[in-house]
Design a binder for this molecule. Sequence first.
Ligand code: GDP
Ligand code: MN
Length: 387
Amino acid sequence: MDLFEHQGKELFARYGLPVPSGEVALSPEEAVAAASRLGLPVVVKAQVHTGGRGKAGGVKLAADLDAVRGHASDILGLDISGHIVRRLWIEEASDIAEEYYASFTLDRSARKHLGMLSVEGGVEIETVAARDPEAIARIHIDPVDGLSQQACHHWVRAARIPEAVADAVAGVLETLYRAYVDADADLVEVNPLIVTSAGEVVLLDSKITLDANSTFRHDDYAAYDATQTRDEREQAAHAKGLQYVGLDGSVGVIANGAGLAMSTVDVVNQVGGRPANFLDIGGGANAEVMSNALEVINNDPAVRSILINIFGGITRGEEIANGIIEATGRVDIDSPIVIRLDGTNAAEGRELLEPHLNDTLTMEPTMLDAARRAVELAGAGAGGVQP
Ligand code: GDP
Ligand code: MN
């Protein structure tokens, strides 16, 4: 779950981290009003879930209110790497003397947190890593031990942060690490972490990715969830509580359990097809859930056939069969459906389905057969192209 820059900065501020004051604005008028409250000059910043906004013209300095209005209307509606700007952050301008880079993320292979710090901030860290890998000081942090003051100071020295601000930077990093852990973040990146001409250390940008699985222990995460940008199909599926990932093929995939859904995607590929999505309906494949899943897939114009791959466990075969029968009665499906039903009470389930089978609702005995059939049907639907 990605946060907007301003949400990240608001989170930082709750930890007492130094961030410039600012306000959200959704229109040029709101931007002007915000700027007059904050005092000029201000920076008008696009709020999108992607970086490189500066280069794309999404970050602009404004010295007067006319400039605020002009920049705001230019930036609103701007397409930044496929993200359309719908909100702005109006922030009091900072006087930058130095730009550093700081981040914390999870290094899964090391089973530790990884901190990265560089005096070469303001540019993408990948660029720094490619040009001058020595310019990035890394620190691995054991999640149980945490980041000690001593280790933090050593890290700051290794990054060659100037002595005059070393203590302040170390203090910021210790707090930033605490925020990263407390917030259950997968990534916290500050680029740039600046030193102002007055010598103050300020977090000028924020990129935060939260672990969506931690939502249950953070009351405020619902607000972040509401501002996620999703693929339209993903949005619809998410609203119905379905685990959905949009892909770019033509076979719609419905399976129960993420493991089976992934295997199904693999098998569709294996027999020469391309999945349109990955949809996990989870444990309870009742009519409601099945209807929702079919509806989401049916709304994807790229879908040419639908493969329902169910292996009943706790959920019994006849429940699943009833779910499919009810769902196909409820939703008008444009594409042929191929079912593979196995597991607990599969025989009972198949028996229930039998009288409903026709040209557009077929059943196959195995996952491989079902995938082959679905891919065949997708090919035919796409204009007679057979895999
Ligand atoms: P990004 O391009 O998406 O990473 O957006 P940033 O928030 O990092 O802004 C891009 C660049 O704009 C920064 O690296 C700064 O150089 C510049 N910038 C942002 N805010 C200010 C500001 O308050 N004053 C000045 N002088 N420059 C700023
Ligand atoms: Mn940045």
